[in-house]
Design a protein around this ligand. Sequence first.
Ligand code: ITT
Ligand code: MG
Length: 201
Amino acid sequence: MKVLLASRNAKKLGELRRILEAAGVAGVEVVGLADVPEFPEAPETDPTFEGNALAKARDAAAATGLPSVADDSGIAVDALNGMPGVLSARWSGKHGDDAANLELLLGQLRDVPDERRGAAFVCAAALVAPGGAQVVVRGEWRGEIVREPAGANGFGYDPIFRPEGCAGTSAELSPEDKDRLSHRGRALRLLLPHLRELAGG
Ligand SMILES: O=P(O)(O)OP(=O)(O)OP(=O)(O)OC[C@H]1O[C@@H](n2cnc3c(O)ncnc32)[C@H](O)[C@@H]1O
Ligand SMILES: [Mg+2]
């Protein structure tokens, strides 16, 4: 059974693919949007990660006829009442400009003291079958926002997020360690039983 990973973010897609391939679900072949005919990206208008993840997976399944997995994710900062949240990819106004998004967030938190810099990465992962069956799960990863970017791995806000229990930022973790600890790793592992069921075993 082919499963489509419906993300237009190359770095995120790499993580999704790595996590699913490492899990090695029998009978599942992972494909990306580059492997299927193009279809337009719907705007992500839901106020929740779950709603957007389901919408992306539903669109992909409807357009391709393939069981589809989508992730809607972001960083929720305590001192900002959970923002940027679902707006994380376009916080600075420019969709997917990781450097601008991260610089804006750092500036907004300049006067927030160390003990109030808590945050969480959140990932909702949805699986939608062409027949309409759907499931959505959530993974979270607690940590805090540091004051200076550090590290070159990962993407997005990784250089300014220090996970709980880690000495450095998530951009300083190896890909394997990030997958083991991250919101995305947690969410996708919750999806595995549903993928196995869909694959018929
Ligand atoms: O919607 P798709 O096509 O999958 O790609 P996207 O980049 O627009 O993805 P989202 O709408 O889910 O927005 C997620 C944003 O949250 C941030 N983010 C999510 N997971 C992250 C991670 O593991 N590390 C760092 N930043 C992350 C990053 O800025 C992403 O662009
Ligand atoms: Mg998006």
